[in-house]
Write a protein that binds this ligand. Sequence first.
Ligand SMILES: NC(=O)c1ccc[n+]([C@@H]2O[C@H](COP(=O)([O-])OP(=O)(O)OC[C@H]3O[C@@H](n4cnc5c(N)ncnc54)[C@H](O)[C@@H]3O)[C@@H](O)[C@H]2O)c1
Length: 596
Amino acid sequence: MAREFTSVGVVGLGTMGAGIVEVFARNGIDVVAVEISEPALERGRANLTGSTDRAVAKGKLAPADRDALLGRVTFAVGLDALHSVDLVVEAVPEHLDLKQRIFAELDRVCKPEAILATNTSSLSVTEISVATTRPNQVIGIHFFNPAPVMKLVEVVRTVVTSADVVADVEALCARLGKVDVTINDRAGFIANALLFGYLNHAVAMFEAKYASREDIDAAMKLGCGLPMGPLALMDLIGVDTAYEILDTMYRRGGRDRRHAPVPLIKQMVTAGLLGRKSGRGFYTYERPGSPVVVPDEATPLAAEGAAADGARAIAKVGVVGSGTMATGIIEVFAKAGYEVISVTRGAEKSATVCEAVKTSLNKGVVRGKLSEEDRDGALGRVTWSATLDHLADVDLVVEAVVEELSVKKALFASLDEICKPGVVLATTTSSLPVIEVAMATQRPADVVGLHFFNPAPIMPLVEVVRTIRTSPETVATARAVCAALGKTAVVCGDRSGFIVNALLFPYLNDAVRMLEASYSTADDIDHAMKLGCGYPMGPFELLDVVGLDVSLAIQRELYLELREPGFAPAPLLEHLVTAGYLGRKTGRGFRDHTHR
Ligand SMILES: NC(=O)c1ccc[n+]([C@@H]2O[C@H](COP(=O)([O-])OP(=O)(O)OC[C@H]3O[C@@H](n4cnc5c(N)ncnc54)[C@H](O)[C@@H]3O)[C@@H](O)[C@H]2O)c1
């Protein structure tokens, strides 16, 4: 018989604690909500009522249910109020000594059979448990932010947590409508171990002025379908909490430099820029606790205004190449009303590309997304050619040939001879240095990266890559073109992986390392990232879709350029590629796709 939890205590009513109170009370459990002082208690109460009022306003909670929910909560200052609860969840700041003190006191105050749980994100549950005389009844219950919304709970058992306590807590999670993954006590558990290196890296990009906060966030949302960008997520987590988590993970997790908090984070904490809860972090909010971002001095001017700044007029576009990307890019430009000259290496290839563009446009017509007239108009704007000489009078060339530096350099040298002055020359490379192709011409100021995502007609993002020689006018032109294509442009420097791949692939590689270390299963890791962080796909699902060979190649490039030991490709990834398990395309990657 599973243990009955009729009343629980929550200690600390900040970002997480208030949400945890809401989860329990919503599910019919009485809650004793405890804070350190009267003012803190008032803030905690406001956190809870703010959240439930928003749920009512959004129609997600009936007013009567809200009242019943709030009626189940008793507020108190000090731990003494917890003497008769069945379970306590602690959610105070991420400091080991503080948590140990609280657990020692909880041990004295609470009834002997009560379970004591911590919501720590990174500290050792084992170290917290030994502050009590009942370490076998101490467990980690790690909720995700915002607790009422995120489905995942990581249940963390130590070597001494008794099996029935684990089973009771698992049953409780199910009752709360949560999905749990039960794991051992390791720094960052599953989700944070995979998330925080990525967050820290994103802050480092921002600190180095590699890209703006808006562009870093837009890149990850639009390029990977994440629910929010990394800097907005830092603000939601709390910059101080993120600092403590990184610091602990660095010390507990083998001193991986990628977890050493970027100096800017500490500076922000010192300056009181803690994120949403203080009204200002990477972004500025309407007021403390509000999710509404308001413009500040770092907010870029309206996109059109910025783009018009020195942008050159573009009417005629050359697209070189005959692969998937070239085909998609031709379609995108033609649909947006540009005159397009497609150049391939022969009439046969041109015919294939033409067919592919037609097929794709026809699909749009069948799905009701494009009229027959617009389809014919788009096709009518494309000229099919097999010679670069036809690019003599275009305004923009987009190169999308094979990903080999020598081929791209030779092509850019030819374009330099053929094209008129003032043309913007763009490469779609996803991994080669743009400056290398720029220097193959006599006009590096006019060369820029335009990194489209696959499939180009669908993906809303384009990374505009600026080299140290690219002129502001060229960048402005690239931005304006993207806007005219209905795409969101993000501008970044010329480093391996640009924004999206540099932030995405190390995370995927870390997931492979975690699997390799037998810490968890591919299914649980995928679950954790989908349900804990709202990712559209788990890392192993995504690796199988992208292709393990492609992922390995990108990861190698990142490692070679940045020489960061933590970026070294996971041996398991290399072995799977060697074995020919490349993902969906070969029927097997991390999973077997042949029987699905
Ligand atoms: N923020 C997140 O996204 C997130 C997600 C999951 C887990 N966590 C973990 O949850 C815990 C709490 O983090 P947070 O972000 O909610 O912090 P927070 O700073 O928002 O809230 C902490 C609260 O604890 C209260 N407190 C401090 N000392 C206390 C005491 N002695 N007795 C009672 N209350 C006390 C503070 O007044 C404050 O309201 C940390 O262990 C953190 O790692 C955070």
